[in-house]
Design a binder for this molecule. Structure first.
Ligand code: ATP
Ligand code: LTN
Length: 335
């Protein structure tokens, strides 16, 4: 009874509109886990400025992201919802951890390589040290589990390595976190180029579905989704031979809770057209209540501000305890 509840931490950058990929890969699990754990869900605005942002848009999206977290089912009474820049300990621990993270480790991060290729004119130091700030996010709360999509596994593993290195020098300071990656939905692919991850920075607007997108647009994107040019033309799960169809099956499975054999049986003898329409409709129904609730919440900015205030206070209390310990261990003089 007295046993300490396990801690969950995760975050999403307000660098664009939330996508169906981030819902299925991350947020859906945040909601599922939120009853059993002590959960911190963050809007990581400090990470977002590693790529140039329009200030007014960043501010608007940060608030809208909070509304979407709540609309997806995260109860602000039961979960700590907050903005990263409101809790100064993230930057403070981030600096310390920079000094315990190796240049070679950061150079190997695939997200750094991808983003530097995409932003060749702005390969800034923050983009490079991004993972040590992410390690600070996680380690400040003595986190046990980090629910993310599979693209973030490498970053969580680096956070573990940093924590182990620090503990190896100073004793047990940090809990060692583990990634929590879903069975289905860990990597939703673009609807137009199913070789690539569905991502909010995707240049092709038809490839990505957004949580707040209008039903007509969602249906249109699914109708135009790429299926595969193999001769078989049946709905069967085979990511190698049929990446487009398999991706749509993943989405349908996440939206409806059906298994792959059930989906294969449902569309046996039917064409790809019927299948794409059914997937589109299931996503419309999944997202409809989330969009409506978000629109409602956005009418009450005072309520959203009050959640951010109490979220930051609660997060600060935990984060400052860890930071104090770290400062002491490394030899800083107490103020
Ligand atoms: P960007 O395009 O800026 O890289 P993104 O669309 O990949 O952004 P993130 O903010 O990086 O989205 O991801 C938020 C969370 O959602 C992370 O936990 C990430 O692993 C997960 N996620 C993002 N895209 C997908 C996807 N296509 N499939 C499954 N999970 C995803
Ligand atoms: N790197 C993640 C966002 C992120 C995060 C975190 C995720 C920042 N800090 C801490 C989990 C835990 C991304 O790009 N999606």
């Amino acid at each position: 009874m007295d046993e300490k509840r396990k801690v969950i931490f995760s975050g999403i950058q307000p660098s664009g509109e939330l996508t169906l990929g981030s819902y299925m890969g991350a947020i859906r699990n945040w909601v599922d886990l939120s009853g059993q754990y002590d959960c911190y869900y963050c809007i990581v605005d400090m990470h977002a400025i590693t790529v140039r942002q329009n200030p007014a848009e960043l501010r608007r999206r940060s608030i809208s992201q909070l509304a979407q977290y709540i609309a997806c089912g995260l109860d602000p009474e039961k979960n700590t919802l907050f903005i990263q820049s409101h809790v100064a300990e993230h930057a403070q621990l981030g600096w310390v951890l920079d000094c315990y993270t190796m240049f070679g480790e950061l150079s190997r991060m695939t997200q750094f390589k991808d983003k530097s290729a995409k932003n060749a004119e702005n390969i800034n130091a923050g983009l490079f040290t991004y993972p040590s700030l992410m390690a600070a996010d996680i380690l400040l709360y003595q986190t046990d589990l980090v629910p993310v999509g599979s693209d973030q596994k490498q970053h969580v593993e680096l956070s573990r390595d940093i924590a182990l290195r620090f503990n190896g020098i100073y004793g047990d300071v940090f809990t060692i976190p583990e990634p929590f990656i879903p069975q289905a939905g860990a990597r939703i692919m673009s609807l137009t180029t199913p070789q690539n991850k569905m991502s909010k920075s995707d240049k092709d607007p038809g490839g990505c579905i957004y949580i707040l997108q209008k039903p007509e647009e969602i249906l249109r994107c699914f109708k135009r989704a790429v299926t595969d040019s193999d001769t078989e033309r049946c709905v069967r799960y085979d990511p190698e031979a049929k990446p487009g169809v398999s991706n749509l099956m993943q989405i349908y499975a996440c939206a409806t809770g059906k298994t792959f054999p059930e989906i294969e049986a449902e569309f046996d003898g039917k064409g790809y057209g019927d299948f794409k329409t059914a997937v589109g409709e299931s996503v419309v129904e999944l997202l409809r209540p989330i969009r409506e609730k978000t629109e409602d919440l956005m009418k009450n900015k005072d309520y959203l501000s009050s959640i951010l205030r109490s979220g930051a206070e609660k997060a600060s209390r935990t984060a400052s305890r860890t930071l104090r310990k770290v400062y002491k261990k490394v030899g800083f003089v107490e103020r």
